[in-house]
Design a protein around this ligand. Structure first.
Ligand code: SF4
Ligand code: SF4
Length: 236
């Protein structure tokens, strides 16, 4: 928050203008304001930064000039009264008063400095957090088994296990009872049930899922894994 370089520059500006102000009316009063303004403008930041940097520049300059001035007055008083402590008390009270007045004027300059420079630009709005995609709930149903095109996929066309399960599944589904097979007996619909239980799949070949109606219906292109559910597990 405190930028000591800026405070130092503001202090020097205040001091120089204060000295010139001994000969120019009102410049002495304006010196801490201008010094505070310079410090705040250099340091930038928010208004609170301007108040701190400007106030310190004006306050320190006020403290030192008042200390010197009141030390001289105090010395004279000490000589005249013969009471050494009087000079020290006058110097200390004068320096503290100088600090307070300089700080008040400096912080006014600090506020002006920030107003001139402009507050830091508002932080850009952070991107809204992406809405988590809900896992698709693909039903293991007769309808979806019939939609699935894994049976025509080149990945599993060489698998004897798949061929056998396909045959058994078709028999079950074409029987009079139209029995519903168990998931492990279906060599497909892996997006719903997970990895294939059969061996002999050649995942070097192209997954067929993108051509499947279930792929489109469940927006699987934006989910994980991207196809190859028989190898990588169910869709999420
Ligand atoms: S999930 Fe994809 S790669 Fe696996 S069998 Fe089905 S279509 Fe082929
Ligand atoms: S998306 Fe792939 S695994 Fe799912 S039903 Fe269609 S072809 Fe079968």
């Amino acid at each position: 928050m405190v930028n000591w370089t800026a405070v130092g520059v503001g202090f020097v500006v205040t001091l120089i203008l204060g000295i010139i102000g001994l000969y120019v009316p009102f410049l002495g009063l304006l010196a801490p304001i201008i010094g505070g303004l310079v410090a705040a403008y250099m340091a930038g930041g928010k208004y609170i930064d301007g108040i701190v940097n400007g106030g310190l520049a004006g306050g320190i300059a006020g403290f030192i000039t008042a200390l010197i001035g009141f030390a001289l007055i105090g010395a004279a008083v000490s000589v005249l009264t013969g009471y050494a402590g009087a000079g020290a008390v006058i110097a200390i009270i004068g320096a503290i008063t100088g600090f307070i007045i300089g700080a008040i004027l400096g912080l006014v300059g600090g506020v002006i400095g920030i107003a001139i420079k402009g507050k830091p630009a508002e932080q850009p709005m952070t991107e809204p957090a992406p809405v988590a995609r809900e896992s698709p709930n693909i039903e293991f149903s007769m309808e979806n088994i019939q939609k699935c095109i894994c049976s025509t996929c080149p990945v599993q066309e060489e698998s004897e296990c798949v061929k056998e399960k396909l045959k058994m599944m078709q028999e079950m589904m074409q029987s009079e009872e139209k029995m519903m097979p168990n998931p492990e007996d279906v060599p497909g619909l892996y997006c719903a049930t997970g990895k294939a239980t059969c061996e002999g799949l050649d995942t070097e070949k192209m997954c067929n899922c993108v051509n499947c109606p279930i792929w489109a219906e469940n927006d699987l292109a934006n989910g994980k894994p991207m196809g190859y559910f028989c190898r990588d597990g169910k869709a999420m």
